[in-house]
Every structure is written in C-alpha cells, then in structure tokens.
Design a protein around this ligand. Structure first.
Ligand code: SF4
Ligand code: SF4
Length: 78
C-alpha cells in the first residue's frame, strides 16, 4: 500500500496564503507560480536552498507532511 499526501484544493484563497514567493529556493531559482502542493511542480528546476512549507497555513490546514513541492509535485501524488 502506498501512502499519499493529502489533496490541496486549487483555490485563490489557498494560493494567496502560499509562502512560496517569499522562500529562498523560490528566489534563488527565479521560480514562477505558487501553490505547488496543490497545482504541481514549478516550470523551472528548483535549486533547493530551504523550504518554508512547514510554516505555511495551507500546510497546517491540510496536514501536509512533505516539503519542496516545487520540485516534487502535488501533495496528493506523493
Ligand atoms: S505548503 Fe508550501 S507549496 Fe503549499 S501553499 Fe504552503 S508554501 Fe506553498
Ligand atoms: S515548495 Fe517549499 S522550497 Fe518550493 S518554493 Fe515553496 S516553500 Fe520554497
């Protein structure tokens, strides 16, 4: 049996709460987009220099358990 992460709804409310745009990896890698845990990987390849997901209200609300969704993809597929 494979354990998957929880699904994060792709909503404007969740996108507006996402901390990704303030994160060191996001800035260093010049990523675009947001809510990677719900929408999937970033188009650009992330250079992983820290992840703020565990501090994020979306992460807490949906009881997520991973990090670096910009590189790994949607929570529900992990
Ligand atoms: S958990 Fe991470 S990817 Fe998901 S909304 Fe928060 S900061 Fe963005
Ligand atoms: S998923 Fe994590 S590492 Fe990637 S941009 Fe969002 S906060 Fe930063």
């Amino acid at each position: 049996m494979k354990f998957m992460g929880n699904k994060v709804p792709d909503s404007e409310e969740n996108a507006n709460r996402c901390l990704c745009p303030t994160c060191p990896t996001y800035k260093k890698s010049q990523l675009s987009g947001t809510l990677f845990c719900g929408r999937g990987k970033a188009q650009q390849k992330p250079i992983q220099t820290g992840c703020l997901c565990p501090n994020c209200p979306v992460w807490k609300q949906y009881s997520l358990d991973s990090m670096y969704y910009c590189a790994m993809g949607k929570s529900e597929e992990l």
